[in-house]
Every structure is written in structure tokens, then in C-alpha cells.
Design a protein around this ligand. Structure first.
Ligand SMILES: [Zn+2]
Length: 176
């Protein structure tokens, strides 16, 4: 058996809904509900952190979730991005990725760019929720946030962008 460490990276962004009807969907980030904030646009719950995390996992496994399986689930009315994440985590199993490799998610690093909401007081809640969703310890999940001094549309409050990096351990059989 040979152990290899892999790094994955994923990105996503969504804009805020322009007209908030006050009772529609609310902002979800990293699986955490922000009840007093307007939602992000998207057919799903538009959780950019979970979408970027799915993309990061796909960058290692080669199995597309967003723009593929997630779209099909969304068309069936499943808009909860934690379901898409569960499907992405499923592809770490050798029976569910094309190379038949055994992957283990070991750590997650999240970088969020946004002017709003104010994220500092919610960082810990996101770490706890992400750890729970990925069956990791809170210490294995890092979340940082910046407004980037307002240099981009995210820093100006028009939307939210996230970049997620994953550390994945791959157990490979050594064949002679
Ligand atoms: Zn998205």
C-alpha cells in the first residue's frame, strides 16, 4: 500500500437576489443559515461554500457534481446543497470514482470574499457545520473571510465568492 497526499481546489460565486421579497429563501453559507440576510441567486440554495467544496472534491476524484449530478437533483426539486456535498463525498469511495481509488478527506480550507454579511462572528459556526457534514474534527476545517478592500463586486457587496482547498489522502495499492 502506498499513501499519497492530494490537494484539490474549487471555486464558486453567486450574486445576491436583487429584489428580496422578505419571505423567500435566506442566505446559506457553509451549511449555516443567515436568517436576516437576503439570499444568493441560483436554482439551488446557492451555498457558494458548499459548491466550491464540491468542486474541490471533483478536482481530485474527476467526478463532476456541480453542473452535472447537482443540476439533475435540482431539477427534481432537491435544492439543499448539503445533498450535493453528500454525493461528492460519496465519490471518495473506490466504487464511485472512475479510477477506483480510495480517498479520505483529511482537511478543508475555505476562503470567502464578501462585504456582507459580516462573517467574523459566524466563522466558528461554519467550521462546526462543515466538520459535521464531512465527518471531520473542527480543527480540520479552517475558514477565513475578507472584503478585499472592496476591489471586486464581492467586496462591494453584490455577491459572495468562495475558494475551497481540500487535503485528501489516497491509498493506492502497489502493483508489481
Ligand atoms: Zn454555486
Amino acid at each position: 500500500m502506498k499513501e499519497i497526499w492530494r490537494n484539490g481546489i474549487g471555486q464558486d460565486s453567486h450574486r445576491f437576489v436583487l429584489e428580496d421579497d422578505g419571505e423567500g429563501k435566506r442566505l446559506m453559507l457553509g451549511g449555516v443559515l443567515f436568517p436576516n440576510e437576503p439570499a444568493l441567486e441560483g436554482n439551488s440554495d446557492a451555498d457558494v461554500v458548499l459548491h466550491a467544496l464540491c468542486n474541490a472534491i471533483s478536482s481530485v476524484t474527476g467526478v463532476r457534481i456541480l453542473g452535472s449530478l447537482a443540476d439533475r437533483l435540482c431539477a427534481q426539486g432537491i435544492t439543499d446543497s448539503t445533498v450535493y456535498l453528500r454525493e461528492a463525498l460519496h465519490t471518495l469511495d473506490p466504487a464511485h470514482n472512475p479510477s477506483g481509488r480510495l480517498y479520505e478527506l483529511m482537511g478543508i480550507a475555505v476562503s470567502i470574499e464578501a462585504k456582507r454579511p459580516h462573517l467574523a462572528k459566524n466563522i466558528e459556526a461554519m467550521r462546526i457545520r462543515l466538520a459535521q457534514l464531512c465527518k471531520l474534527e473542527v480543527g480540520d476545517v479552517g475558514v477565513t473571510a475578507t472584503s478585499g478592500e472592496g476591489l471586486t463586486d464581492f467586496g462591494r457587496g453584490l455577491g459572495v465568492a468562495a475558494i475551497v482547498s481540500v487535503s485528501i489522502r489516497e491509498i493506492r495499492e502497489i502493483r508489481e
